[in-house]
Structures are given as C-alpha cells and as structure tokens.
Write a protein that binds this ligand. Structure first.
Ligand SMILES: Cc1cc2nc3c(=O)[nH]c(=O)nc-3n(C[C@H](O)[C@H](O)[C@H](O)COP(=O)(O)O)c2cc1C
Length: 182
C-alpha cells in the first residue's frame, strides 16, 4: 500500500506556467489514496482555474483568506491543522522567497507558517531566476530548516530558454512525498 494512503495533503499551487501540471498531481495523489486540499495563490488562478482543482481534488479550493470561512476557524489555520504534509508544486521564486523570509501576505504563505507538518517544495521557474543568488540563498534557508526541495529538471523551458528550471517529474515529486510520509 502506498505511504500516501489515508494521508492528508495540502497542495499549494503558485503562479508558474507549470501550474497546469498540478491537475495531474492532484489526480496522482488521490490515486495513491491521499486526501487532497488545494491552496492556490491569486496568480496561480491566472494559469489554472480553482474549479479544475476543486473537481479533481473533490474538495473546495482555498484561495482568498478574506472569504467567509466554511467554519469559525480561519482557513489558513484549518489547512495547517489538516495537513500531514504541505506540498507546494509548482513553487515560484516569489513563494520560495516568502517562505524563506517568513512573510505571510496570503493564504498559502500563512498556511506554511501555521503548520507543523513537513513541507516539500518543488520549484519551477526560468533557469536564471533559479540560479540567482537570492533564490539559491532562499532555497538553502528552506533546506536548512528541514524542508524538502525537489530539484527542478533540465530541458527546454516555456520561456524559451534551455536549462534547469522545469518542474520535477510528477513521479519524482510523488516519491519524495511518499518518502517523507513513510
Ligand atoms: C506567463 C508567466 C509565466 C510565469 N512563470 C513563472 C514560473 O514558472 N516561475 C516563477 O517563479 N514565476 C513565474 N512567473 C512570475 C510569477 O507569476 C510572479 O512572480 C507572481 O507574482 C508569483 O506569485 P505567487 O508566488 O504568489 O503565485 C510567471 C509570470 C508569467 C506572466
């Protein structure tokens, strides 16, 4: 049986061109028996609709912290408490910087700070954004803090460059999630 079976996963989706891959990731997580709740940033919703992720995850999608919560509990605290694992895929340079610096301007960043669950972060971005010393320093901070970073893959990038920055293969992300939960 998959180590993901019966586990509660909060999938953070951010404003990367790779956000469409989150749809397949939700399906794979569910196929492995996980319960998935998606928290997406406003920018992520420009790339993939909340409706798609809501339908595939079979759970409401959390996006706006100012919306009336379904319960008395603020949504970021409810998500933080729900999670056995916080998986952020794809993770933008921006969200990685927020996490590293403890900034909490939105629902996903607030959830990151509020949860005691382990975090797995799968970056996806332009190769120069990835190798920028600021991004590398932020990733090093997150690693030092015990977060798992799923290294991006090399290849042709949507921005036209060829290099490292593609979201890691979904199988690889799944394997890291399973390892973290085993
Ligand atoms: C077409 C397009 C594609 C983008 N792809 C990425 C990406 O893959 N990775 C990234 O870090 N930023 C990317 N960005 C920039 C982010 O969307 C931007 O930094 C945004 O503020 C991120 O917000 P979020 O981290 O709150 O989701 C892209 C922007 C555009 C317009």
């Amino acid at each position: 049986m998959s180590p993901l079976n019966g586990k509660k996963i909060v999938l953070g989706v951010t404003g990367s061109i790779a956000a469409y891959k989150a749809a397949d990731l939700v399906s794979l997580l569910r196929k492995n028996g996980a319960e998935v709740r998606v928290a997406m940033t406003r920018e992520a919703a420009r790339f993939i609709t909340p409706l798609t992720l809501q339908t595939l995850s079979r759970n409401p999608v959390a996006l706006d912290p100012w919306e009336a919560p379904r319960d008395w509990e603020p949504e970021h605290v409810a998500l933080a408490d729900f999670a056995d694992l916080l998986l952020v895929a794809p993770a933008t340079a921006h969200i990685i910087a927020c996490f590293a610096q403890g900034l909490a301007p939105d629902l996903l960043t607030s959830t990151y700070l509020a949860t005691a669950a382990p975090a797995i972060i799968a970056p996806a971005m332009n190769c120069k954004m990835l190798t920028h010393p600021a991004t590398q320093a932020n990733l090093a901070t997150l690693k030092a803090r015990g977060n798992t970073i799923v290294e991006p893959a090399e290849g042709p990038l949507a921005c036209g460059y060829d290099g490292r920055g593609r979201l890691a293969a979904l199988d690889e992300i799944l394997a890291q999630a399973a390892a973290r939960l085993a």
